[in-house]
Design a protein around this ligand. Structure first.
Ligand code: ADP
Ligand code: MG
Ligand code: MG
Length: 874
């Protein structure tokens, strides 16, 4: 049972394809080693070993430490150093790394293998006592914190005390003597809070370190991160043990992180930050603000040149933008990590287009590489430049993650969560963020920090989510306790609105107006590619001419769902609607409906006109009637007055219409079966609107859709009635020739899907209403699902919310059956889907697979659907 995979000059077992088993970090360390880049040697303990650890009730699997010792022996040989040695000790880092990168979620311990003897060895080998002691105190700190759970603050307090004693301000200014004192102080803290001495046996350190990484897989914050990002189905984290290299040995050392291209805009320019004389996490943690790599030549030209060469090698090799970590030990460069870099939607689009242009990737790969959902970010509004000019920023930070967001200031993650749950828009304002803050960051409209660079925690996490972030706005002084900030003489508190521009780093007081995005350039190119490869048509759900127009602009090829019920709520229409519902005789109902007809006709004319010859599927009235009625005494009284009846009468009728389960009650086609005059009015309005458009030389292509059909008989009856109505209107309006109006149904009741061969006899098209179909298949009330669904996701009973992403296994079976049976009686039956799923990339892939003709989604998701449909086809 192989649990350990080595990488190094003498032996490399893994490669870049083995992310599942070795985690992303481990697989890429092996890959970089193989392609000849300077990587300190090490080995990776597999993710399966982590699963084994939990399976055995949190115990390290048998035989693991033997394999670890063998691998360590090889590293010792390769480096010529010995673990725990009194002369020239080998030190290692213990690093986590799952298949999917989870920035900052799991902890790293550096400098493992130092103890009271090997610290002298490190002193001898490096020639610097200060450096050796600095490394040792970092180990006692990190080991105590990460492995033993000793609060970091205790160490911090001691550090401050000793710095004060030696009269220095910066960590780097403390001399060897001070460092020695610090080591002793840290050991005392360790003893005080763990009840044990700091372990002197290097293998005991290593074993505990490995176990700590395994444990970090199940910390609340790691679990939460996976939840928010919908990461499921992973075995666990791998552990990487790697020989240490030192960026903190002096002014000719350093450490840094970089992206091979700009992760915010996509610009093809090496982009990153480094710190001189620093170790590892100093850059990411935002403790000191690092310098941009463009400044590196001033410090070390040769290293800068070598980095640029490595950048090219990595991009050529991975054919994607890379996010790298590196360290320079006395003028020698080492690579510590590479992975495909997280990027904003805008950067994803630009990088894909550029890489196609550079012939680094073929066009199809470019299409596949852009996460369809991330296009949302490009469709977001930005601040109006004119409004910005008038406002003038109070300060400017780093443009860490693009976007325009406005909100009131929140000072802690908890506060951000609470206030945004209450519907407030907040900007989370912190000195810096840490993994504990992710909930608050996620719920905030935007993130603002006063320290840290472009690769600080806040920036990386925000970019991953496409959330607006301004980082390192150093002029802001935050007083978390009093909940206020001061910046350039201005004081702002929790009730003050600020606007932050993540594309420029500007911070404004008050609310700045926003403008709609332009969809040209690279975005248009990607859309053109998508249209070339996709076979699914994309329609939209729209009920108003404005929505229809917007969807057309986004490239919709028709309306897949035009709901008619919204049209009954506006202005005086609702009164006519209520009159119709309250009527007790057919003539009274018809009289009320006659008042509604002109409104409805006008609505349809508007929509047909906006769609200029593209098909428009109009769904006949769907919701239960009682939704239209007034439910409190006051409004019932008002209605009674308007209608000239007694209030008691209204009250009685409302009571009569009450249903125990309205969503399963008198609604959908059932309304037209009992009150055919409703259908007649709606179909009349549709046909008259089409005729009016034709007179104006506007082509209208209405499709009449009958909702909530469960039996073929329902559809048969209603189709006959609709056809008769069409004929009547034509006769009345003296229209000759054919009117192209097709009649179809929604498939949203499981029985309709199961009997689709019978239902299909009477339908020109099917449209799967997957919202209701999901509700009825699972038996989950869509409106009450939040009481239990989060638990179901957490306990992995369900992988995803089935109302957001189509359940391929269950509901999908009904869709497949419906399509097959429907087309068994009508070969060319047109089939689509409307409902939330039509804009979800995973669901779109499913729709493509089962051979639907189109998906229909909300206007803003049309570009996403176009891209997702292309990705499904490739
Ligand atoms: P994360 O996944 O949070 O980025 P890493 O395992 O990459 O954690 O470690 C954090 C940092 O620690 C790295 O960016 C690197 O600078 C430093 N580090 C890790 N291993 C070594 C090593 N062997 N030598 C020097 N620095 C290291
Ligand atoms: Mg890292
Ligand atoms: Mg429905």
């Amino acid at each position: 049972n192989k649990m350990v995979y080595s990488f190094g000059q003498t032996k490399t077992d893994g490669d870049g394809s083995m992310k599942e088993l070795l985690g992303g970090k481990g697989a890429n360390l092996a890959e970089m080693t193989t392609i000849g880049l300077p990587v300190p040697p090490g080995f990776t303990i597999t993710t399966e070993t982590c699963a084994g650890y939990y399976k055995e009730g949190r115990k390290l699997p048998k035989g693991l430490m033997d394999q670890v010792r063998d691998a360590m022996a090889r590293m010792e040989k390769e480096t010529g150093k010995k673990f725990g040695d009194a002369k020239n000790p080998l030190l290692v880092s213990v690093r986590s790394g799952a298949k999917v990168s989870m920035p900052g979620m799991m902890d790293t311990v550096l400098n493992l293998g130092l103890n009271d003897t090997s610290v002298d060895g490190l002193h001898d080998a490096s020639g610097s006592a200060r450096f050796a002691l600095d490394a040792y105190r970092r180990l006692i700190n990190m080991f105590g914190d990460v492995v033993m759970g000793v609060d970091h603050e205790h160490y911090e307090a001691e550090f401050d005390r000793i710095k004060a004693k030696y009269g220095v301000k910066n960590d780097t200014d403390l001399n060897a003597e001070g460092m020695g004192e610090l080591v002793e102080a840290y050991k005392k803290i360790y003893r005080k809070y763990t009840g044990k001495d700091f372990p002197q046996d290097p293998y005991a350190q290593l074993e505990a370190g490995i176990e700590a990484v395994f444990k970090s897989w199940m910390t609340t914050r790691a679990i939460r991160y996976r939840q928010i990002n919908e990461i499921t189905g992973l075995a666990g984290t791998a552990v990487n043990i790697q020989a240490m290299v030192f960026g903190n040995m002096g002014e000719d050392c350093g450490t840094g992180v970089a992206f091979t291209r700009n992760p915010s805009t996509g610009e093809n320019k090496f982009y990153g930050e480094f710190l001189i004389n620093a170790q590892g996490e100093d850059v990411v943690a935002g403790i000191r603000t690092p310098q941009p790599v463009s400044e590196m030549p001033k410090w070390n030209k040769a290293i800068h040149k070598q980095l640029l060469e490595i950048k090219d090698i990595l991009e050529q090799h991975y054919t994607d933008m890379q996010d790298i970590e590196f360290t320079i030990e006395t003028d020698k460069l080492f690579m510590l990590q590479t992975r495909n870099g997280k990027r904003t939607g805008a950067a994803a689009v630009k990088i894909a287009c550029d890489m196609v242009k550079e012939k680094l990737i073929p066009e199809k790969t470019g299409v596949k590489r852009i996460p369809a959902n991330d296009l949302t970010q490009l469709l977001l509004p930005s601040f109006d430049p004119a409004a910005k000019k008038k406002a003038a920023p109070i300060t400017t930070g780093l443009p860490a993650s693009p976007g325009a967001s406005v909100g009131k200031l929140a000072f802690t993650a908890e506060e951000a969560v609470d206030r945004s749950h209450e519907g407030e828009l907040v900007i989370l304002c912190r000195k810096e963020t840490s993994p504990e803050d992710v909930d608050g960051m996620h719920s905030a409209a935007g993130i603002l920090t006063s320290t840290g660079g472009m690769t600080s925690h806040a920036a990386v996490v925000a970019r991953g989510w496409g959330k607006c972030c301004v980082a390192g706005a150093g002029e802001i002084h935050i007083d978390e306790k009093r909940k206020k900030i001061t910046v350039n003489g201005k004081t702002l508190g929790a009730n003050d609105l600020v606007s932050i521009d993540g594309s420029t780093g500007e911070v404004f007081v008050g609310e700045i107006d926003t403008i709609e995005p332009k969809l040209s350039g690279d975005f248009a190119k990607v859309m053109k590619w998508a249209d070339k490869y996709r076979t699914l048509k994309i329609r939209t759900n729209a009920d108003t001419p404005a929505d229809a127009q917007r969807a057309r602009d986004f490239g919709a090829q028709g309306i897949g769902l035009c709901r008619t019920e919204h049209m009954f709520f506006e202005g005086e229409r609702i009164t006519a609607m209520r009159e119709m519902i309250l009527a007790e005789t057919k003539p009274a109902r018809e009289a009320a409906l006659a008042k509604l007809l002109p409104y409805q006709r006008k609505d349809f004319e508007g929509i047909f006109t906006a769609m200029k010859g593209l098909p428009v599927t109009v769904r006949l009235l769907d919701p239960p009637l009682h939704e239209f009625l007034p439910h409190d005494a006051k409004s019932q009284g008002e209605l009674a007055k308007i209608l000239g009846v007694k209030p008691a009468k209204v009250k009685q009728r409302v009571a009569q219409l009450h249903e125990m389960n309205p969503m399963l009650g008198h609604r959908g086609c059932r309304l037209s079966v009992t009150y055919p005059e409703i259908l007649v009015m709606q179909v009349t309005a549709i046909v008259e609107a089409a005729i009016n458009c034709a007179k104006k030389k506007i082509k209208a292509v209405p499709e009449i859709m009958i909702p909530l059909v469960g039996t073929d008989k329902e559809l048969e009856i209603l189709r006959d009635l609709a056809e008769k109505t069409i004929a009547d209107v034509k006769a009345a309006k003296k229209v000759k020739g054919k009117l192209a109006i097709s009649i179809g149904t929604m498939i949203e009741i499981p029985r309709a899907a199961l009997t689709a061969d019978a239902v299909g006899q009477h339908a020109d098209f099917f449209s799967f209403g997957t919202n209701d179909l999901t509700q009825l298949t699972f038996g989950y009330s869509r409106d009450d699902v939040n009481t239990f669904l989060p638990h179901y996701i957490q306990q992995e009973i369900l992988e995803k919310d089935p109302f957001q992403s189509l359940d391929a296994t269950g509901v999908g079976q009904l869709v497949e059956t419906g399509v097959a049976k429907g087309r068994s009686v009508k070969k060319d039956l047109k089939v689509g889907i409307c409902g939330e799923h039509g804009g979800d990339p995973a669901s779109i892939a499913f729709c493509h697979k089962v051979g639907l003709d189109y998906v229909s989604c909300s206007p803003f998701r049309v570009p996403i659907a176009r891209l997702a449909a292309a990705q499904a086809a490739l």
